[in-house]
Design a protein around this ligand. Structure first.
Ligand code: NDP
Ligand code: GDR
Length: 370
């Protein structure tokens, strides 16, 4: 039985990767942070009681900022594969907490790489670093491949660039099987609620059910190469099964604007939009609604631009060239953007229907301070 250690196991990718590795027969160890409330919702279906013998899914408290704990865990588990997915992963928030972002997203992988080296596990333990298309930043070349120059545009991307190069350096200096997956944006029904796709699918569902009036977004012109997280965690695993340790771009090769993603999400539930105005004055209105159950009238304003979501420096266009992964790994995405939007809308409509039902059914929120 192979053993894997996943940092960031409570996140979107950590949950899907745990599913995948358990199905492949791995024993999976995950690192979770101590929080004041449960934060394991995405992996609760995998939970095994600690009193069960021969568990294959085991959680440990740790933090990428704590080298003592990271080294102790690697020593104890002696994993065959480490997937470093933990990060402060929100680009806009990284402008608010740049030092913390540098410590976790930049130095975190150094603590893992050096632990593997100091423990003499160079020949046993393979390491995957979650690198990001955000490293390309200001457009240098289209589409972006493994040879495109980097130009990071946020504290997040700068930290990820350090992590990328320290991974390459440890591979070259100490012969570690350490690889970067340069993954473009990937989404799912369990995507964090403040990333733009999930913010949109949640809001569209709430607007349709009359739980919210309007959606406020920032830059509608930004273009992203959006894929499905399930396809991308499969690529992570394939990267560590390759014959040699290398760096890989994982993307779909198509790009879509935030504005078009909004239209796709509304269209998915039978609502056509019309965008009017430009820049911060741009708004979207209902043009046509084929579903009489939704509380929407023609001409209703459902979207406005709010400059608070603009970033100090923006990444305008990302589109990846996954040819290397296609040819050498045999990796191809199975989901299209349309199927991704449908899955996210189906899931959020169901969640919001529950909320609507509770609200309409007279559910009363208890106020513990009264
Ligand atoms: P999420 O934000 O969903 O998950 C991040 C995970 O990291 C959470 O489990 C979080 O724990 C954990 N974490 C954050 N800080 C620390 C820390 N100091 N110590 C230990 N754990 C920590 O991200 P995704 O699953 O979407 O992304 C996974 C990785 O891939 C990230 O590194 C991200 O930067 C990178 N990436 C993501 C892409 C995407 O489109 N999703 C594209 C390219 C790269 P908690 O639950 O406690 O907050
Ligand atoms: P990104 O994802 O920054 O690409 O990073 P996000 O979904 O946050 O933004 C994508 C684009 O949408 C624009 N945008 C908004 N974004 C958010 N979050 N909220 C808004 O209201 C909004 N309005 C417009 C943004 O300006 C941006 O251009 C994600 C993360 O998962 C990173 O961890 C990962 O490395 C990269 O993808 C690849």
């Amino acid at each position: 039985m192979k053993t894997a250690l996943i940092t960031g196991v409570t996140g979107q990718d950590g949950a899907y990767l745990s599913d995948l590795l358990l199905k492949k027969g791995y024993q999976v160890h995950g690192i979770k942070r101590r929080t004041s409330q449960f934060n394991t919702e995405r992996i609760d279906h995998l939970y095994q009681d600690p009193h069960v013998e021969d568990r294959n899914f085991i959680l440990h408290y740790s933090d990428l900022a704590d080298s003592i704990s990271i080294m102790g865990l690697i020593k104890k588990i002696q994993p065959d594969e480490i997937y470093n997915l933990a990060a402060m992963s929100h680009v806009q928030v990284s402008f608010e907490i740049p030092e913390y972002t540098g410590n976790t997203d930049g130095l975190g992988i150094l603590r893992i790489l050096d632990s593997v080296r100091l423990l003499g596990l160079e020949k046993k333990t393979k390491i995957y670093q979650a690198s990001s298309s955000e490293m390309y930043g200001k457009v240098q070349e289209v589409p972006q491949s493994e040879t495109t120059a980097f130009y990071p545009r946020s504290p997040y991307a700068v930290a990820k660039l350090y992590a990328y190069w320290i991974t390459v350096n440890y591979r070259e200096a100490y012969n570690l099987f350490a690889c970067n997956g340069i993954l473009f944006n990937h989404e799912s029904p369990i995507r964090g609620e403040t990333f733009v796709t999930r913010k949109i699918t949640r809001a569209v569902s709430r607007i349709a059910l009359g739980l919210q009036d309007k959606l406020y977004l920032g830059n509608l012109n930004a273009k992203r190469d959006w894929g499905h997280a399930k396809d991308y965690v499969r690529a992570m695993w394939m990267v560590l099964q390759a014959e040699t340790p290398e760096d890989w771009v994982i993307a779909t090769g198509t790009t879509t604007s935030v504005r078009d993603f909004v239209s796709m999400a509304f269209n998915e539930i039978g609502i056509e939009l019309e965008f009017r105005g430009e820049g911060i004055k741009e708004k979207a209105y209902v043009k046509n609604c084929t579903n009489v159950d939704y509380q929407l009238n023609e001409g209703m304003e459902v979207l406005a631009v709010d400059p608070r979501y603009f970033r100090p420096t923006e990444v305008d266009l990302l589109i990846g060239d996954p040819s290397k992964a296609n040819c050498k790994l045999g990796w191809f995405p199975e989901y299209s953007l349309c199927s991704l939007v449908k899955e996210m809308m189906d899931s959020d409509m169901e969640l919001m229907r529950k909320e609507y039902f509770l609200k309409e059914g007279g559910f009363k929120v208890l106020n513990f301070h009264e």
